[in-house]
Every structure is written in C-alpha cells, then in structure tokens.
Design a protein around this ligand. Structure first.
Ligand code: SF4
Ligand code: SF4
Length: 197
C-alpha cells in the first residue's frame, strides 16, 4: 500500500516538474530561427564554402600559385593549374579547382595561404543534384571586389598590396640604342652653320 502511494506521489511530482518547465519557457523569446526566411548571423571564423578573394581595390587575383594550400589539404581536394610566364618568369594561375564534395572544411588551406586569398565564406547552402557540381572551378570560386572587401573586413584580414608591375622588357633598351645609333646620321642631315663665302 505504501509503495503504491509512493509511486503515485513520484508520478505527481514528475508531472508538476514537466508543467513547471513548460510554464518557465512559455514567456521566453524563441531561440530557434525560421531559416531560410531568417538567415543566421554567422561569426567571421565560420568555415563555409571556400572561395578566392581578389584585391578589393583593383580586382586582380591574389593567388601566387605557390600550391601551399594544395599540399596541406588532407583530403587532396584542391587542384591548381599554373604555368611559368615567358614574359615575367613568374607563375601564372590558369585554373583552380576545389572539390567541395571531398572537403571537410578544416580551414588548413586558408591558414597556410601567404596572401590570404583562399577563404571560408559564410555560405553553407551548397546543395547540388550531382557530385560533379560540387567541384568549383576558378570562375565559380572567384569573389567579386565587393564580396572580397566584405570578407577582408569580416575576417579582420590585412588589406592586400597591389602586385608589383613587371620590369620593362629588354627590347625597350635595344630600341633606345637603335634610336641613339640613328642620331649621328640625323644630326648630319640637319642644316649646319653656313660656310663663309
Ligand atoms: S578546408 Fe581542409 S579539406 Fe577543405 S580544401 Fe581546405 S585543407 Fe582541404
Ligand atoms: S596558398 Fe594561397 S597563394 Fe598559394 S596557391 Fe593556395 S590560394 Fe594561391
């Protein structure tokens, strides 16, 4: 008999506890967001879709094709194509591919990048109908100047410096030499002082 009374009292206590919890929360504002109508405010360190930022001032690509991101990636999902420019002797980026289907968003590639051009954006809506569509090429990865400026400010990254202009071609010096070489003949053709008669 005592056992039954004890169990009834325990049940009544648990019901009261549940009702009290409902009562406590009924006056509180909701902590859930009505996504996608209300987008969550994500911190700058959030690691979403990867992208390549450009110089917000000039719009030029910041990637120097050093391949550090490619080497550090544990999932081997970065594939860079670059060649050595015959004009400048420097590496030039041809294509940059990231397979977001393999990426685990660890952020290691963004940490090793010397120019801070590869960044994690706040975009997490990346659903696609095929795995192939998750491979982003250079065009899809490249951010606009406005987007780049936004992420540089949001992530508190140092503003990029403009790339150094290539040195003048050696042919220019050759041209100058030629024009100098032509000078004496030009001078000889100029009318000199008249000989005294
Ligand atoms: S976030 Fe990690 S897994 Fe994804 S590309 Fe960068 S290094 Fe690779
Ligand atoms: S580490 Fe940065 S600069 Fe180097 S290849 Fe990757 S994205 Fe380009």
């Amino acid at each position: 008999m005592l056992g039954m009374v004890g169990r009834a009292a325990e049940g009544f206590y648990q019901v009261c506890r549940g009702l009290w919890t409902v009562f406590k929360h009924s006056g509180r504002p909701p902590t859930t967001k009505e996504f996608p109508d209300v987008m969550p405010e994500l911190p700058g360190a959030f690691r979403g879709r990867l992208a390549l930022a450009v110089n917000p001032e000039t719009g030029e690509h910041l990637c120097i094709s050093c391949r550090q991101c490619e080497r550090v990636c544990p999932d081997k999902c970065i594939d860079i194509t670059a060649h050595k420019s015959p004009q400048t002797g420097k590496l030039e980026l041809i294509d940059f591919k990231i397979d977001h289907g393999l990426c685990m968003f660890c952020g290691l590639c963004t940490e090793v990048c010397p120019t801070s051009c590869i960044i994690n954006t706040s975009d997490f809506e990346m659903s696609e109908y095929s795995r192939g569509a998750l491979i982003y090429d250079l065009k899809r990865l490249t951010l606009s100047q406005e987007e780049s400026a936004y992420y540089f400010a949001k992530k508190d990254l140092p503003p990029p410096k403009p790339k150094a202009k290539p040195a003048p071609k050696p042919e220019a010096a050759g041209d100058a030499g030629e024009s100098l070489a032509q000078q004496p003949s030009d001078v000889s053709q100029q009318p000199g002082p008249k000989a005294e008669e």
